[in-house]
Design a protein around this ligand. Sequence first.
Ligand SMILES: *[C@@H]1O[C@H](CO)[C@@H](O)[C@H](O)[C@H]1NC(C)=O
Ligand SMILES: *[C@@H]1O[C@H](CO)[C@@H](O)[C@H](O)[C@H]1NC(C)=O
Ligand SMILES: *[C@@H]1O[C@H](CO)[C@@H](O)[C@H](O)[C@H]1NC(C)=O
Ligand SMILES: [Zn+2]
Ligand SMILES: [Zn+2]
Length: 348
Amino acid sequence: MAPVFNSLLLSWALTKGVAAWGSLGHATVAYVAQNYLTSDTAAWAQGVLNDTTTSYLANIASWADQYRATTAGKWSAPFHFIDAEDDPPTTCDVDYDRDCGDTGCSISAILNYTQRVSDGRLSVDHTEEALKFLVHIIGDLTQPLHDEAYEVGGNDIAVTFNGYSDNLHSDWDTYMPEQLIGGYSLSDAQSWANSLIEDITSGQYKSMATDWIDGDTTSDPVTTATRWASDANAFVCTVVMPNGSAALQTGDLYPDYYNSVIGTIELQIAKGGYRLGNWLNLIYSSGIAKRDLNAEDQLQSRDRDTLPEPELVSRDIPAASRSLSRAQLAREAMGGSCCSSGKRKHAP
Ligand SMILES: *[C@@H]1O[C@H](CO)[C@@H](O)[C@H](O)[C@H]1NC(C)=O
Ligand SMILES: *[C@@H]1O[C@H](CO)[C@@H](O)[C@H](O)[C@H]1NC(C)=O
Ligand SMILES: *[C@@H]1O[C@H](CO)[C@@H](O)[C@H](O)[C@H]1NC(C)=O
Ligand SMILES: [Zn+2]
Ligand SMILES: [Zn+2]
């Protein structure tokens, strides 16, 4: 018993606080999304996840981070980010062909799992896997440093935040959101979500929300997700490091830098939730609902589980493998991971 317990504890320790948007951010995105699901979409998602609690999306929002931290799930690490090889703060831009590596990225993953989740030929487990990836990755996409190759998405920019030595990426994922909210439990996420929903419904985001989802279409997930990634990536130049990275390494990021970015963090979490809710509604209305009309053509899920699955998406892999860019080598040196805790410790 003891070794199992210890390894569970260890994997919890490894994933807690170092997740992409930390667990707080992902759960908040999920709660915001739940608020915007139609009752049909919600019932479908609850069925896929076999969870009828009021936290059905929030409960699985960080599953993909726990999965990538396991040996069996390491292959999925590239799905958490896209390494835009731009030049902040001078130039920010995302180019899907340039930046989505041979092993995939957040955008190709959204394409794959959008198609998979609404394809009735997949097993129950694989349909659930697809939904869990979507709930997580659409959140990751709104974290600006998940759309940036520079210094491995800021993981290699050592900074001090509120007395702790850590790295810029983990401050954006985890420590600045937790500074704002004062915790990372599901109930913290629910109350943060409630205040963001109020901002969307009648507050500071009311006039923006329709733009956040303008043009989103499940018939073209790559174009849609590239727009989301470009939108977040632009903040790397304007908000994350407008004066370059060295300017962030001269003193504590709290409170001045924190105050200059926390509004963007809230905006991006709200946006991620609103987009996720809309995306799942689109998947339901354009895919699931139409498919269910032909229910008699449907295989029973029991039968589905025994059939071979179609390969729905393949990416063109260049015939001759390219030599790796500096950014790709740096990402490899991090084991292909999105996020490191940077061995957080109290600054001397
Ligand atoms: C769904 O969840 C319930 C309890 O939460 C469990 O008893 C049941 O076996 C689950 N069903 C499936 C198909 O996993
Ligand atoms: C960038 O530099 C300008 C001008 O010195 C300053 O006003 C601003 O606060 C700086 N921003 C950050 C995030 O360091
Ligand atoms: C699509 O998802 C499946 C299931 O997770 C995975 O095996 C496959 O490699 C993915 N394909 C791409 C191109 O990402
Ligand atoms: Zn991250
Ligand atoms: Zn992630």
